[in-house]
Design a protein around this ligand. Sequence first.
Ligand code: 13P
Ligand code: SF4
Length: 361
Amino acid sequence: MSLIQEPLPSEYLGLSQDEMDRRIRQNKSRLGSKLVILGHHYQRDDVICYADYRGDSLKLSQLAARERQAEYIVFCGVHFMAETADVLTSPQQKVILPDLMAGCSMADMAELAQVEECWDSLEAEYGKEIIPVTYVNSTADIKAFCGRHRGMTCTSSNAGRIFARLLQEDRIILFLPDEHLGRNTGLEYGVKPEEMLLWDPEAQDRELPVQPPRLVLWNGFCSVHQKFTPDQIDQIRKKNAGIKVLVHPECSSAVVSKADLAGSTEFIIRTVSESPAGSSWAVGTELNLVNRLAKENPDKQVLCLNETMCLCVTMNRIDRPHLLWALDNLAAGRVGNQIKIDPATAGEARLALDRMLEISS
Ligand code: 13P
Ligand code: SF4
C-alpha cells in the first residue's frame, strides 16, 4: 500500500551529503536509547549505514518482536515491514516509515475482498480444510485474514519449515500473495505441479478442477525478481566458466530450477560470505544487496545476474533527506509518518505472525 508522502520542506533538498550525515548522527546520539533504526538488506548503502540492526524480513520481524525499550522504531524498508513492526511492538512504541511512498507492489496484489472471494469459492467447491499462509510481503489486512482462519505468515527464510509442517496433513494450503515463493517451496517439499492451482483474482468464468489441489497459489509476484530469466543464467555461465548461480525464491521456478542454489536474503549473504576466496557468484536478487556483497567480499567475484533492472525502486525511496527529516521531527518531539494498524486488525495479524515466529524460533 503506498500512501501519499508530503513533500519534504525545501531546506532538505539542497543539503550536502556531509551535512546530512552529521545531522543524522547528531539526532541519533540525541535520541539515544529512545530510538532504534531497523534496515532491510535492500536499502541503499548511504542509508543502511545508520541502521542499528540490519536483516531480512524474518530477522527484522524477530528484532521488532524483541525490541521493548525504544520509543521510536524508524523502519528503513517498505510499508508492509513497518506494519509488521507495529503489530509486533507494544502500543507505546511508535513505528515510523521515513517515506510513505515506500510500498511493495507484490503486497498490493492481494486485496482482502479478492482473498475472501477465493476462500469462499474453494470452501464451496471442495468442502475441505483450507489453511491460509501469507508471505510477510502482504498488507496487515491479509495477515489478519490468515490469523482468523488459523493460518500464519512466512518469510523466504522459513517458508520451507512451514510447508513441511502443514503438508503433513490432508488439507489445502492457500498461499498468498507470491506465486513463485509458493511454487518453489511447494516443489521442494514434494507438491507436484499438477497438485497446484494458480488463482487469478481477475479471471472471469473460472472452472475449478474436480480433484482438490494441495496448494493454491495467488498470482502475485515481485517486479524485481520476476525479471530474472533462465536465458540470463545461460549467458552468464557462457561468459564466466565455473560461476555459481544463486537466486532468491521470489524468482520463477524456471530460474530457480536452473540456478545452482536458491534461498532467502540471509541465505544468499551467508552462502557468498562463507564461500572460499576466488569463487565466482552470479546473484539473482536486488541490486543494492548484490553490490554490497561484491564490496564486502573483494576476494570473490560477485556479479548481478542482470545488472540492468533489478533495483527495488520503492526500497530506494528511503534516502538520506527523508531519514534526516524523520529524525529531525522526532528530535523536535513530533512524530511524522507513523504506521499504525487498528487494534482489531493488529490483534488478528499478530496471531498469524506469532504462529510463524513460534515455528522459526
Ligand atoms: P526476504 O527479506 O524475506 O528475503 O525478502 C526479500 C524481499 O523481497 C523483501 O521485500
Ligand atoms: Fe516488494 Fe520485490 Fe521490492 Fe521486496 S523487492 S519490496 S517484494 S517489490
